[in-house]
Design a protein around this ligand. Structure first.
Ligand SMILES: [Zn+2]
Length: 253
């Protein structure tokens, strides 16, 4: 049993469906955040504040001035420094008996299985499909949940993949995406500053719900959430597992 600081986590401990037992689950959880940018920053801040026991952050990029418009962990003096080292130093100041691990390189086919193997849950805070395809495949093999998030202009998308029987995987949803697919990055596409913040907070919220086992019976586990922040329009699309899916369909045999 962990030593839970009651006063620090009072608002969780008082919360129905969380309580002391829930806070202990949060403190025992290990979450990997892939990407330390507009999505990864709010995810890391909220998961650290919530008391997650071990948080890994993987990203090879360095802080650029143009990141500061939305990447809220970084300040002027951090420009040119590696994102994960700056993130770790700032999150360590917030941490309470928690471990923050910085991986200053990109997740790839070679390192993904061993890194993800050290965590219970993965959050996709990347801006590219290649990383998502790798996360999808490894999490499917290791039967781990992961949370997809993406942003574009004034829009966002979030979906949880729990990799349980009959649940869809990323390529069930985006069957036309492959390693050659390219996406415009924020740098080239443009993004309103708070949009990745809201989507990242939704991802952190989904992560905590999985850790606290608050999702059982929730049908949104199989839904893609599409958000239009210009009109405050939230849409959910029910996704079925595709038995012909290139990634998870083979498991049907
Ligand atoms: Zn699939």
């Amino acid at each position: 049993m962990n030593n839970i600081n009651y006063s620090r986590y009072e608002q969780h401990i008082e919360l129905p469906k969380v309580g002391l037992e829930g806070q202990e689950k949060i403190h025992s959880a290990r979450v990997l955040i892939v990407g330390s940018g507009g999505l990864g920053n709010p995810v890391a801040l909220y998961l650290t504040a919530s008391g997650i026991g071990k948080i890994g952050i993987i990203d090879a990029d360095r802080v650029e001035e143009s990141n500061l418009q939305r990447q809220i962990l970084f300040s002027n003096e951090d420009v040119t420094h590696t994102k994960v080292s700056v993130a770790k130093s700032k999150l360590d100041l917030m941490a309470s008996n928690q471990k923050i691990v910085a991986y200053p390189y990109f997740l790839d086919k070679k390192n993904a299985a061993s890194i993800i193997g050290d965590y219970d849950l993965v959050i996709d805070a990347t801006d590219n499909h290649i990383a998502r395809l790798i996360i999808n495949k490894v999490c499917l093999t290791q039967k781990k949940p992961w949370i997809y998030g993406s942003v574009y202009h004034f829009e966002g998308q979030v979906m949880t993949f729990n990799n349980e029987e009959d649940s869809p995987c990323f390529t069930c949803v985006f069957s036309d995406i492959n390693e050659d697919s390219t996406l415009p990055t924020c740098k080239s596409a443009g993004i309103l500053s708070p949009v990745p913040g809201i989507v990242g907070c939704m991802q952190a919220n989904e992560a905590l719900k999985i850790i606290l086992n608050l999702n059982s019976g929730n049908k949104h586990m199989h839904e893609l959430c599409l958000i239009d922040f210009l009109n405050n329009d939230f849409k959910k699309i029910n996704i079925l597992k595709n038995t012909l899916c290139n990634t998870c369909g083979m498991n049907e045999a």
